[in-house]
Design a binder for this molecule. Structure first.
Ligand code: SF4
Length: 470
């Protein structure tokens, strides 16, 4: 690309409320008939964790009309909710209280239910299908009422309830190209001028394990490109996104009209496409910069009608300030649980529970290295020791309260004696000083008999005060 283009994304996460669903769409591997309902107490814990990690929105996802199943009715009754809608309103409240914008992805609801959400501070994701596809063997054979007209009825209901929404186009599920492109064009005429429409998402078919269509090939890239161009014509001023974990040939897509990556669930993964890894901010940024495309973060809501609702004004002020700081610093330090040393979701990581190892500004933990971490036979690799000293000093700087977010500026390690494989090694690090935004720490590696094997010193540059992400 000759000129510099830009593309936005939202720092997001899913929370699954229940997979129980009364439909069984052929492309979906998400739905179940017997999944339990997440309690409000558990939701509060998860939302607080997302807030700590500085997410700006949370997508609450569920199957469609789970309340048709007795076990969900019982769960609602036992928790004191008269309906699934009342439960969802309480769910949204947990997010607003934690300064996160709630988004509901709960399938098609009836107009009366949509109306109930008008003061809940949420927005909705309405996913549209381009054709009926209800014949035997087709994608929507077992999905009652999932068709283009029901999608439009849903949009009308959201509009009547003054509920902001985003329109998702599920494509490549068996419709012809002509059906797909004319549906996009028609929907554009129908709602592009609606001030409650926030953005437009393309959800191109990719086979998902466990779904009826798991053996079908993904939609070819050329078809995705054409659909993006059609969306750009139909929705000339909106954010148009394709999930970057499904298709990431950015130069062609941007050329076709893509200007957004949508909600990137960096903290949770995508429960509807569990077989795809979510690229983190730094990976996306690096991929895009090679094509002269600038990546920046945006908030969930984009139109005045959505932003000016009294229920979300404080949350929007909070998320704006977070986003501004991240965009200005050019650094987006996200703890998505994949840290090599402490991340519980990193399959190749060490899984050391660093969070539990800090008291005040001292970090202490014991780790027994196996042979996989050796350099010479029986001796732990010096680079591995340096990594752990770096991590322990960083945690000491951040402290138990985690009010400082810092990155390593430099470290120095002195190796005094070889560290044996198979012996518990104690790592101790302490914050020893601070000058302006630089924090100084020292660390050591100690054998059970007290002898010191290595010592380190490090300088750590503070990035943000309050709102650390580790
Ligand atoms: S796509 Fe939605 S409505 Fe269809 S089966 Fe999956 S969860 Fe249910």
């Amino acid at each position: 690309m000759n000129n510099c283009a830009s593309i936005s994304y939202i720092s997001s996460s899913y929370i699954e409320l229940t997979r129980t669903c009364h439909q069984s769409c052929g492309y979906c591997g998400f739905f179940r008939s017997d999944d339990s309902l997440l309690s409000i107490a558990e939701i509060k814990v998860r939302v607080a964790d997302l807030a700590r990690r500085n997410a700006t929105e949370v997508i609450f996802i569920s199957g469609e009309r789970p309340q048709e199943f007795p076990h969900i009715q019982i769960a609602l009754h036992n928790s004191g909710y008269g309906s699934f809608a009342d439960y969802l309103i309480a769910v949204c409240q947990t997010a607003i209280e934690a300064n996160l914008l709630p988004v509901l992805e709960v399938g098609y609801l009836d107009p009366y239910t949509w109306e109930k959400f008008s003061a809940a501070g949420c927005s909705a994701r309405i996913n549209l299908v381009p054709a009926a596809l209800s014949e035997p063997g087709q994608a929507l054979e077992n999905s009652r009422g999932r068709n283009p007209s029901m999608g439009k009825a849903c949009i009308e209901a959201a509009h009547a309830a003054q509920l902001p929404y985003s329109a998702g186009f599920v494509i490549g599920i068996g419709e012809s190209e002509e059906e797909r492109l004319s549906f996009i064009e028609e929907t554009g005429r129908f709602c592009t001028a609606d001030p409650l429409l926030q953005d437009v998402r393309l959800i191109p078919f990719q086979p998902v394990p466990g779904s009826a269509m798991s053996g079908r090939p993904p939609l070819p890239f050329a078809a995705v490109e054409k659909a993006v161009a059609a969306l750009r014509r139909a929705f000339p001023v909106h954010h148009i996104s394709v999930p970057p974990w499904l298709f990431y040939r950015f130069p062609e897509l941007v050329e076709a009209g893509l200007n957004d990556l949508g909600s990137v669930p960096i903290f949770s993964g995508d429960p509807t496409h569990p077989n795809f890894d979510i690229p983190c901010y730094e990976t996306l940024k690096a991929r895009l910069e090679t094509h002269n495309i600038l990546l920046y973060e945006r908030g969930t809501l984009s139109t005045t009608a959505a932003i000016n609702r009294p229920e979300v004004i404080n949350t929007i002020a909070h998320t704006r300030s977070l986003i501004e700081r991240r965009n200005l610093s050019g650094l987006n330090l996200v703890d998505n649980d994949h840290c090599f040393v402490c991340g519980p979701r990193n399959h190749s990581g060490l899984h050391i529970p660093m969070n539990k190892s800090v008291e005040g500004h001292t970090c202490t933990f014991t780790w027994t290295p196996g042979p996989a971490y050796q350099g010479y036979a029986g001796i732990v690799h010096g680079g591995v020791l340096s990594t752990l000293l770096d991590e322990s000093m960083a945690y000491a700087v951040m402290g138990a309260e985690k009010q400082t977010l810092a990155v390593t500026a430099d470290i120095r390690v002195r190796f005094l004696r070889p560290a044996p494989v198979g012996v518990p090694l104690k790592f101790v690090a302490t914050l020893v000083g601070q000058r302006k935004n630089l924090h100084f720490a020292r660390g050591s590696v100690i054998l059970p008999d007290g002898s010191v094997l290595a010592e380190s010193e490090g300088r750590f540059a503070e990035i943000i005060i309050h709102g650390a992400s580790k």
